[in-house]
Design a protein around this ligand. Structure first.
Ligand code: ASP
Length: 585
């Protein structure tokens, strides 16, 4: 037997018991007449002690061979500690060792296995298995596991069936590029890895399963903006004979259950906002509503004052940064530089100080009177002491830019509190969005999303105005889930493919299986998927999903630990009928 107990459970109640523990040597202190070893396992740390009076010479010899991260087995007696450590559960006891067995040696670890390690991000990623020995990493994985179990329990109790769907499939359009896998048995043909199990879960509804869920890996080959992972996990769900309201109720229930179980929070009905309102009020379809700083549009007020820059713009809009009148000219210049960085790419920023005495001082005083500026301040809900930050430009662009600035100001003002939770449903998304590059409509959610029946008449005359039965669940400014009611009529689905620029042949080649299935009595259905990694991290008060993934990829999509992706050898290439065009440098 390797152990009678774990390293995290022995207390005063166990005094005088003979125990055996196994674990890693965390620290070793040798005072000559005494040796202390901190023995660590997943459950905690227990202090082992050897002393001259009570321990044998051989035991001291073994102890002195130990190094950090050696794996050892220790047997001994639980005794009371002379100097107690109130910070750990085992801090009142120690184990007087009678025997120590070295189960395995360890090379010197490249960083200290400590809560506050000396290892930088890169080295810790390379040796992720060592990083996982550290509490902050390990605890996040345990937290994730607990959330997953709770999700399963909740959905199982509501009769959802967990079904595994295949990983080697054909493209599912979720708006990213596919990862593809060459087929050896079908030369020149490729599988795609699922961007989500979308079409399969719809087929399961045609199959009559009624309520499906799966905690499932999804794969999207996209440029990795901060905190995205090429493979990530969804809680993927689908239900039959439901309307939008039914789906929202079930999954609001799940979200509430998780917020209650893990945060002890109770919520009433989650607020809802239309996509159009979210864009107008926050410039963003996933607004963080933990704080205000809503947009104030002043296009009508600001145009026609000979300020040429504004006169030429589609939208003029601003926010009131609370208490930021204290910003110095230099601070403001820095802010202007911040919005001009390529990531935001704003041309500039007009500012207005709301002075305590009720006067205004702005960068555009030449063009606007005190009354003009007071009217702006009112639109932005500003108080004395605030600083108005105003941007102008093309509606969509300027909204995105001001939204980024709003988040930045909130961050600086400490308004994005990780222990505060503000869920929000965003509804009535447009069905389609215009893509400038390809000069075509794209599905805003995905091509299987149902238009709102009342907007169907616009589908030919003004497709951009058609709203979808689609909804996102937003938590603290992050989209944690999204879904839609699906098209289940094969003719509407065919029309949708046509709108998206597929020829009938292309639609047939790519999605014939789905349209064919729809011929055989497809029930009305809809669903949603939660981004599991993100949901877990936000629940745990963090926004870094990488920390909640055991073996994450870096920003270039690499796993630096196993060094993937990697070249494959020529035989393997030949077997797959593949040639590389990459020229060796
Ligand atoms: N498949 C969708 C996604 O991955 C979710 C859904 O519509 O259920 O975003």
């Amino acid at each position: 037997m390797f152990r009678t107990n774990t390293c995290g459970e022995l207390t005063q109640a166990n005094i005088n018991e003979k125990v055996t523990l196994s674990g890693w040597v965390s620290t070793l202190r040798d005072k000559g007449f005494m040796v202390w070893i901190d023995l660590r396992d997943r459950y905690g740390i227990t202090q082992i002690i050897l002393d001259e009076d009570r321990s044998s010479k051989e035991l001291f010899e073994t102890a002195r061979k130990l190094g950090r991260e050696f794996v050892i087995q220790v047997s001994g007696t639980v005794i009371e500690r002379a100097s107690k450590n109130p910070n750990i559960p085992t801090g009142e006891i120690e184990i007087l060792a009678d025997s120590i067995t070295i189960l395995n040696e360890s090379a010197l670890p490249p960083f200290t296995i400590d809560d506050n390690t000396d290892g930088g991000e890169d080295i810790r990623m390379k040796y992720r298995y060592l990083d996982i020995r550290r509490n902050p990493v390990k605890n996040k994985l345990i937290f994730r596991s607990k959330v997953a179990q709770e999700v399963r329990k909740y959905l199982d109790a509501q009769d959802f069936v967990e079904v595994e769907t295949p990983v080697l499939i054909k493209s599912t359009p979720e708006g990213a590029r596919d990862f593809v896998v060459p087929s050896r048995m079908n030369p020149g043909e490729f599988y795609a890895l699922p961007q989500s199990p979308q079409t399969f879960k719809q087929l399961l509804m045609v199959g009559g399963l009624d309520k499906y869920f799966q905690i499932v890996k999804c794969f999207r080959d996209e440029d990795l903006r901060a905190d995205r992972q090429p493979e990530f996990t969804q809680i993927d769900c689908e239900m039959s004979f439901v309307e939008q309201e039914d789906i929202m109720n079930v999954f609001e229930g799940l979200a509430k259950h998780l917020l209650h179980t893990f945060k002890g929070l109770e919520f009433g009905d989650f607020p809802r906002m239309t996509f159009a309102d979210a864009m107008r009020r926050y410039g963003n379809d996933k607004p963080d509503i933990r704080f205000g700083m809503e947009f104030g549009e002043i296009t009508d007020l600001a145009k026609g004052h000979d300020f040429k820059i504004f006169d030429e713009q589609e939208l003029i809009v601003g926010i009131a940064a609370e208490g930021c009148n204290s910003y110095t000219r230099k601070d403001i210049d820095k802010l202007i530089e911040w919005v001009q960085r390529p990531q935001i790419a704003a041309t500039g920023l007009v500012w207005v100080r709301c002075n305590e005495d009720g006067t205004y001082k702005s960068s555009v005083d030449k063009f606007y009177t005190q009354e003009d500026l007071a009217a702006w301040a009112e639109r932005m809900n500003a108080k004395a002491g605030d600083l108005l930050l105003v941007m102008s430009g093309n509606t969509n662009k300027v909204r995105a830019q001001l939204s980024a600035l709003r988040m930045e100001i909130a961050e600086r003002l400490g308004l994005r509190k990780p222990d505060e939770f503000a869920p929000l449903w965003v509804v009535d998304f447009p069905l389609l969005e215009w893509d400038e590059e390809s000069e075509r409509y794209h599905a805003m959610h995905h091509p299987f999303t149902s238009p709102k029946p009342e907007d169907m008449e616009l589908i030919d005359s003004n497709p951009g105005e058609v709203r979808a039965n689609a909804y996102d669940l937003v938590l603290n400014g992050n989209e944690i889930g999204g879904g839609s009611i699906r098209i289940f009529d094969k003719n509407i689905q065919a029309r949708m493919f046509e709108l998206l620029g597929f020829t009938a042949e292309q639609a047939e080649a790519q999605f014939g299986f789905l349209m064919n299935a729809f011929k055989y009595g497809a029930p009305p259905h809809g669903g949603l998927a939660f981004g599991f990694d993100r949901f877990v991290s936000i629940l745990d008060g963090s926004e870094t999903i990488r920390d909640y993934i055991a073996f994450p990829k870096n920003n270039s999509g690499r796993d630096v630990m196993i060094d993937a992706p990697a070249a494959i050898d020529q035989t393997q290439m030949d077997e797959l009928f593949i040639q590389s065009n990459v020229v060796e440098k």
